[in-house]
Design a binder for this molecule. Structure first.
Ligand SMILES: [Zn+2]
Length: 480
């Protein structure tokens, strides 16, 4: 089966950088791109992309496969709780009250999150882990929605809980996290390459401060043996910073460097609190140099931090230090197109430099650099031999107006809502903005039910028995 995408402005790949092909054509044979250019080669099916921008599939390096009813309650972020403000410390459950969610809710959370990221333009998704649940079912969901996933169940040496007074504490696991690592390795052995290669393994040692040095060393060795990348949350909150400093007398990135985990194929989630950040008063240390020198990458999630009045300082500074930067959404909406704009605007704001974080940089971060973070040179670009992961965006709307440079227009004005067509592995998975595979109405209704159940049950889980309304007051009161 040969599919040809015709008539749009194609973001092709020169071999060294993206380049525009006006009224271009992309020929897809099987799961790969075989031609990008001006000619119209013979094909069995033609997709009309006139007036549209034909982009390589975007790479979202941070999508937890869950509804986020706990930490952020989907879209809310105005939580008035100092301790669980996410830049200070991760939210943590009360141990006695942390009953595992019903399998039905886990499945809906996974499907909703992964589909939401796909529909907003991410053909490749890095999932650092959602709620615990059935792993065979996870792979079936990936098969069903049609995205390309990097995942295995996360693991850690110690858990974080909240006590009866609302204080956080760490509790070491008796096995130091070995069973979790073993489970992840088994998952990868079993499923790496499943669903026509769309299911890919990645090791997820969860957070820098919850993984002891031995577990990190074993993770690095296992990743090397399996030939898979690693994701770890690192330098993402102040509690983590202090905890690692207290236990190991060094900042998180130095701690990871010494564990051997900092290397090509390792993605550091967030990495905000490093030397040079305005909230850090270290007169020395150069974590960016360490990351760049090791060839590791950062999965930068600017929107999530902006919600907490916080920012990495800055996207441009990291790029100029030689760090390979990818983008992730983490928080809802899982919209990788808007995330490019957040990355750009927040970097400019932080640097007080309006000609900063230019569109080409953030577009690279969401495409080729993100692919490089995962060790893949066949993703994030449209070139012969690359996987046929394509996102077609409709630019003929009043949102853009007449666009002189469509990539700049996309970065400055675009949103995931403008995504018209998505192909993964040469298959059309979103057409005219709708899934070709699942019933979106049913998915939304089931997600709404699962979220409502979780919100209604919140007082039973909260350390102080508070309702969702008490923790996160609504914008306006409801008329009684
Ligand atoms: Zn995360």
């Amino acid at each position: 089966m040969k599919v040809r995408i015709d008539g749009g402005t194609v973001v092709g790949w020169s071999g060294a950088h993206h380049e525009l092909v006006p009224e271009g054509s992309v020929l897809i044979e099987g799961d790969s791109v075989s031609y990008v250019g001006a000619e119209r080669k013979a094909a069995d099916k033609i997709i009309d992309a006139a007036g549209k921008l034909v982009c390589p599939g975007f790479i979202n390096l941070h999508v937890h496969s869950q509804l986020n009813v706990g930490d952020y309650l989907i879209t809310d972020s105005g939580k008035r709780d100092y301790l669980s403000a996410n830049y200070l410390v991760f939210g943590a459950p009360v141990k006695k009250k942390a009953a595992p969610p019903p399998p039905e809710s886990v499945a809906i959370g996974r499907k909703y999150a992964l589909f939401s990221a796909l529909k907003n333009g991410a053909t490749t998704i890095l999932d650092p882990g959602g709620g615990p649940g059935d792993l065979d079912q996870y792979v079936e969901i990936v098969g069903e929605i049609g995205a390309r996933l990097f995942f295995s169940p996360p693991y850690r040496s110690s858990d974080i809980f909240t006590d009866a007074e609302g204080r956080h504490y760490y509790e070491a696991r008796p096995d130091g996290g070995r069973q979790g690592l073993q489970k992840a390795v088994e998952f990868i052995r079993r499923y790496n390459g499943a669903k026509n290669g769309r299911m890919q393994g990645i090791l997820n040692p969860a957070q820098a401060e919850t993984c002891e040095p031995a577990l990190l060393k074993e993770s690095a060795a296992a990743a090397k043996e399996l030939g898979v990348p690693i994701h770890i949350h690192a330098a993402g909150n102040l509690r983590e910073l202090v905890e690692i400093l207290y236990r190991h007398r060094k900042p998180a990135i130095e701690y990871l460097a010494e564990s051997g985990i900092l290397r090509p194929g390792t993605v550091l989630g967030h990495t905000v609190f490093v030397a040079g950040h305005s909230r850090m008063d270290f007169p020395f240390g150069d974590e960016l140099k360490l990351i760049a020198g090791a060839g590791a990458s950062v999965g930068h999630c600017p929107h999530k931090y902006a919600k907490m009045a916080m920012a990495a300082e800055s996207f441009d500074r990291y790029v100029e230090a030689g760090v390979n930067m990818g983008l992730g959404t983490d928080t809802y909406p899982l919209d990788i197109i808007s995330e490019m704009r957040y990355a750009s605007l927040i970097s400019r704001l932080v640097d007080r430099k309006y000609y900063g974080a230019r569109p080409e940089r953030v577009f690279n971060a969401a495409t080729v650099w993100g692919a490089g973070a995962l060790g893949r040179d066949d993703l994030g670009r449209l070139a012969p031999g690359a996987k046929a992961d394509v996102v077609i965006v409709d630019l003929r709307t009043t949102r853009y107006g007449p666009a002189r440079d469509p990539v700049t227009a996309l970065v400055e004005y675009g949103s995931g809502a403008d995504v018209d067509t998505v192909l993964v592995n040469g298959e059309i998975v979103i057409e005219k903005g709708r899934s070709t595979r699942i019933d979106e109405g049913e998915l939304y209704a089931r997600a709404e039910n699962a979220a409502k159940r979780a919100w209604d049950n919140w007082p039973k889980r909260d350390w102080a028995g508070r309702s969702v309304e008490e923790i996160i007051p609504p914008a306006f009161p409801t008329r009684r």
